[in-house]
Design a protein around this ligand. Structure first.
Ligand SMILES: Cc1cc2nc3c(=O)[nH]c(=O)nc-3n(C[C@H](O)[C@H](O)[C@H](O)COP(=O)(O)O)c2cc1C
Length: 348
């Protein structure tokens, strides 16, 4: 899977059950990494032994292959992660039977293959190498005074704090265990309920970019919303995105939704931030705010209808493999990565 931006680019290779997965990152500026911090960032994406998480735990140790010397990266940088905890047998009985709403059937339509083993290159596991670039991008951005931070705002029907209702500060997000600002108990209950029902549950992640100066981005397809959305939709299981007040804007009048200006010293600011810090595809100096809808995990233990593509008949499946009941907690650093990658590409 490859992407070429304005300045940087990447190729992600391997698949969920191959010996290793990796990323080749191109055109990175020389930068001294805090490798301990990067390891900590990757650990946030890993499965933890909680009610919601898969029992497939991986070490996710970064093996630097090129472009890395004494923690200093530059140019083309290649990094790999070994897949140690592979259980191929989990998927034997799913051969030819696509999991509803996973990529299995769509990839059969594209490639003609019936071996869906662990989701292959469509697996959420592919977000581990993505987070290597994301973690690097976050560190480079911070050195430029830009902080990208995400948190969980909703799991199923349980709502926590949202920037739509009150101001969310960078400190508040950084000090929040598990990326939840409030409502954690209700969220955990939603996850446990789904688990007990052999089901899964989705949620909403909010992301705020602090410190982005006004004037970054351009218009139409080169606009910041376009570029950020492209990265955010690179994350499997993401099905929606809105900036600022997003879909709520449709029901407002301009007199209410417009973000009026004022001078704060010599800095131009707005009283409200319904636009989510972006006008015309260019940052306006207010925090960039966005909300991302994450679907319930497609693989569930409950019996569901599907087809047998080999026998060409209708059938049923109940998925026994190792799957998250809720992807949302693990997707928080992945969303931070997506936003940081898009912004770094526009700031270099
Ligand atoms: C961190 C992460 C972990 C995921 N884990 C699983 C999983 O255990 N089981 C599953 O069915 N889907 C999982 N997914 C989601 C699927 O990969 C995704 O739904 C699938 O590729 C179909 O893509 P779409 O939902 O974007 O259309 C995960 C996604 C992410 C971001």
């Amino acid at each position: 899977m490859k992407w070429q931006g304005n300045k940087i680019g990447y190729v992600i290779y391997g698949e969920s059950h191959s010996p290793a997965i990796g990323i080749r990152m191109e055109n990175l500026p020389e930068f001294k990494l805090d490798t301990e911090e990067l390891d900590g960032f990757l650990a946030r994406r890993k499965a933890v032994r909680a009610a919601y998480s898969t029992s497939r735990t991986e070490e996710d140790k970064i093996i630097w292959k090129s472009g890395f010397n004494n923690s200093v990266i530059s140019g083309t940088v290649t990094a790999e992660i070994e897949n140690k905890n592979v259980k191929k047998g989990d998927y034997d009985e799913l051969k030819g039977k696509p999991r509803p709403s996973h990529a299995d059937y769509a990839s059969f339509a594209k490639f003609g293959r019936v071996d869906f083993g662990g989701g292959r290159e469509f697996s959420g596991r592919m977000t581990a190498p993505y987070c290597i670039l994301g973690g690097i991008a976050k560190q480079i951005l911070r050195s430029k005074g830009v902080e990208v931070l995400a948190y969980i705002s909703q799991i199923g029907k349980a709502k926590g704090k949202s920037y739509l209702d009150s101001v969310v500060t960078a400190e508040e997000i950084k000090n929040s265990p598990n990326g939840i600002l409030s409502g954690g108990e209700e969220m955990q209950k939603e996850i446990e309920l789904a688990k007990n029902n052999l089901d899964s549950v989705g949620g909403i992640i909010e992301c705020i970019v602090f410190g982005l100066p006004a004037g970054v981005g351009y218009t139409m397809a080169e606009g910041l919303e376009s570029e950020i959305s492209r990265q955010v939709f690179s994350v499997p299981a993401v099905k929606g995105i809105e900036f600022g007040s997003g879909f709520n804007l449709a029901a407002m009048n301009g007199s209410f939704s417009n973000d009026e200006f004022f001078y704060d010293g010599d800095k131009v600011k707005t009283y409200t931030n319904n636009s989510g810090g972006i006008n015309g595809g260019i940052s306006n100096g207010m925090p960039v705010t966005l909300r991302v809808a994450v679907r319930p995990t497609p693989s569930i233990a409950r019996q569901q209808r599907t087809v047998d593509l080999i026998e060409k008949k209708d059938t049923v499946i109940a998925i026994k493999g190792r799957h998250d009941v809720c992807i949302v907690p693990r997707a928080v650093p992945v969303i931070e990565s997506a936003v940081a990658i898009a912004l770094l590409d526009n700031l270099l």
